[in-house]
Design a protein. Sequence first.
Length: 506
Amino acid sequence: MSNKKKYHRGRREEKKPHLSNAAKRKLEQEKKQSKGLGQFIGKVICIIQLMVTIGFGILLWHSGLMPNKYLIPILVALFVLFGITFGLQFLRNKGYIVGIILSVIISLLLSYGIYSLSSANKFLKDVSGAKYKTDNMVAVVLTDDPAKSIEDAKDYTFGTQTTTDIENTKKMVKEMEKELGSAITIKEYDNIQELGAAILNKEVDSGIYNESMSGILQETVEGYDGATRVLYQYGIHTEVEEQQPADVTKPFSIFISGIDVSGPISTNSRSDVNIIMTVNPQTKKILLTTTPRDYYVTIPEVSGSARDKLTHAGIYGVDASIRTLENLYGIDIAYYARVNFDSVIKIVDVVGGVDVNSEEAFTTTIDGYNIQQGMNHLNGKQTLAFVRERYNVAGGDNQRGLNQQKVITAILQKMMTPSMIVQVDSLLSSVEGSFETNMTHEEMQKLIKTQINSGLDFDIQSVAATGTGGSDVCFSTGTQPLYVTYPDENSINEIKAQLNEIIGNN
């Protein structure tokens, strides 16, 4: 039997190799060294976590965006997490590995937080405190004109108009003469429409005007759209009339202007979206007041007693639009926010689209999107087409204003959700270069901090001014009648009452 192999439960019994005591000690020593090295690395990683935690805390503290009732618990929790991960490095078992993993995850999250806070702070500084407006003066020629530069047009006859923007036109002529080193030949016309016709009819070789007038020329001079190109341009910066600062913890109003410019956001342009957002932080109510772009109004300090379209007030600067609306509704508007239409597309896409209810089914003029009667989920491009539509909806410009309110309300509601916190980088990047406000950096910080402290559950209401369509002469465009909307005084008075109720003047 001694020469037979032994089996135990159907398996051959194998002998384990025998280690000497010296080999055992060596193996144990190697394990201790490996664990010691791992714990050392873990402690280093935890120290990095501590440094990142301190950096995040300092940045969050100085950002002014977080109320103390949230800030202090957050910081305490972060230091407790450090204590846990660091303490795990002293365990005898392999718990230190768990500590390393947690420390790495926390450090990465905090690093992202630092990046996000830095981006948010930079964005607030970049877009806040706007103090000037830009008049982009241009000299245009017909698209097939041989001149490639202003030097090629030295002997040209330049047309100008004498109804509006006279001072900026003079500055443009002076700059061109400085560039050319000689005087240029000027032929004057009574208004922008006559100048546009003269350019098309080749009465002048080139026309000089404010680029913000381009839309008027395209609307009022047949064949002008696409017939010219810019030969020379000159930006003129002018300080915006400073508004009286408001206490953002009390009721205040912001003028939201939607413009469509290809240059800097500060460039003067017709304002196609004109919404006053009146905020009462105490009652947590917001009133969005929309005024049709074609509203026939006076522009204080510009048109005198003559009337013009509200949209044309933007040609003279955002401060002119604010004065016009203040005069119309008898309120003070402390701040403004100018948004380029391109940013609408990006914002809506970042928040995951918006849900808007349409009173009617229609096809948008832009890109031909089919809007259904009832609820529609729209992406960025669809939303832009929706808010700009006025030809294929029964209410025309009035309905467009109501649709704009719906979209702004939908965006605000999306932005007030906790899920938007993780999308702050994408949201801020989406409006970079296409948004500006005269609210200071400190005021924006205070406003954000106040709203986070009190909660973001605002009651958003909407109202729109109404009127009757007609045709009349406008101050900015000469003698040719244009489509206008005559204000309904009953509508204006009702809006005044609602504004006073939100502000708390009753």
